[in-house]
Design a protein around this ligand. Structure first.
Ligand SMILES: Nc1ncnc2c1ncn2[C@@H]1O[C@H](COP(=O)(O)OP(=O)(O)OP(=O)(O)O)[C@@H](O)[C@H]1O
Length: 353
């Protein structure tokens, strides 16, 4: 093992087979200490299985798992120095918030007094120091999840594991609690592995996102990298909306490619590109529509949907129909209007054919 820093997680060629079904064929990954890494992907891609393998709730069929440089592959869950926050909170309903947070400390053999002090500290960390005497049923979903986070954090695990921690909360609370979790993680500097199927949540909280597809890593990197430079149609589509257009790489200049889209040439990041036919991911917010002058493509408005703070258009072009989001809303174009379509280079990314 090359790295022995507390909190580092390493999977080496890990496989998990359930009777007759391979959920994870061969997974290698690293989570650097002190970072928050998200496992992201559609339902059934293997992200929960991966988290459970790390927690010791499942055991690999092959490969090895290291936490802080120690081989934990065959260790039971309670000897791995990890703590988990579940989607369902999993609080004891008959215990107060403080007792819930104390529980894990007491079962770890810590004295009543120390457990109480640390549990109070934990509640303070999540901003619930005044709610210690309340039962879970007297607290909102967001508060219950913060108690669950406090209960996990007071154990001072090497790695905090979060399994879809926001899915039982409504939209507004989700945003609040995800910001709280990210703030705590950055302030205290712990390592966290976070499972979600929600790309916006992953973009918001992560240092690194690992996108999984059928038990394999489809792409991993910083949120911005995945959003700006998807390596496949699957990633382009999964990390936000994308139009996928056929294009022509005309030439290469250093790390950039000159790409023809209709009547215009665009300069886009292109390390690894080759001249010839290619595919381009085009973000809907980076397409502009004009009714005068000349654009890259001629178009015709097929649908226009006004949504308060933006308008969504579907526009027919010679390269196919485009989904466009207009956040500027300077004009509202009528159905069947003839338009010119242009592209802002920052919304363009070449992807493998
Ligand atoms: N105990 C099990 N026995 C058999 N198959 C299982 C078991 N646990 C998971 N699987 C299968 O392994 C695959 C991956 O499941 P997993 O729960 O890891 O996916 P996921 O990406 O977390 O999906 P979701 O978001 O729906 O929970 C799925 O096809 C699932 O049906």
């Amino acid at each position: 093992m090359s790295t022995a820093t507390a909190g580092t997680v390493v999977f080496e060629h890990v496989a998990k087979r359930f009777a007759g079904f391979t959920a994870v064929p061969d997974l290698s990954l690293t989570v650097e200490a002190g970072t928050l890494v998200t496992l992201l992907g559609p339902s059934g891609c293997g992200k929960t299985t991966t988290l459970r393998l790390l927690a010791g709730l499942e055991h690999p069929s092959a490969g090895r798992i290291f936490i802080g440089g120690k081989d934990v592959t065959h260790l039971p869950a309670n000897e791995r120095d990890v703590a988990m926050v579940f989607q369902s909170y999993a609080l004891f309903p008959h215990m107060s918030a403080l007792e819930n947070v104390k529980y894990g400390l007491l079962s770890g053999g810590i004295s009543q007094r120390e457990a109480r002090d640390r549990a109070r500290e934990g509640l303070k960390l999540v901003g619930l120091e005044n709610q210690g005497d309340q039962l879970p049923s007297e607290l909102s979903g967001g508060q219950q999840q913060r108690i669950a986070v406090a209960r996990a954090l007071v154990l001072e695990p090497q790695v905090l594991l979060l399994d879809e921690p926001l899915s039982n909360l409504d939209e507004r609370l989700r945003r609040r609690v995800r910001t709280d979790i990210r703030d705590l993680q950055q302030r205290l500097g712990f390592t966290a592995v976070y499972v979600t199927h929600d790309q916006e949540e992953a973009l918001a909280v992560s240092d690194k996102i690992i996108v999984m597809q059928e038990g394999k890593i489809a792409q991993q990197g910083a949120p911005e990298t995945l959003y700006r430079s998807p390596n496949s149609v699957f990633i382009a589509d999964f990390m936000g909306e994308a139009n996928i257009l056929a294009c022509e790489v005309e030439s290469l200049e250093g790390d950039e490619a000159l790409v023809r889209l209709g009547r215009q040439l665009y300069r886009v990041p292109g390390s690894g590109a080759v001249p010839g036919k290619a595919q381009l991911s085009v973000r809907p917010q980076f397409i502009t529509l004009h009714t005068s002058g000349e654009g890259a493509l001629p178009g015709e408005i097929l649908h226009a949907t006004w949504l308060g703070d933006h308008i969504e258009y579907e526009v027919k072009t010679p390269l196919g129909s485009l989904f466009i989001v207009d956040n500027q809303m300077e004009s509202r174009l009528p159905l069947a209007a003839n338009v010119n379509v242009d592209f802002k280079p920052q919304g363009l990314a070449l992807i493998a054919p």
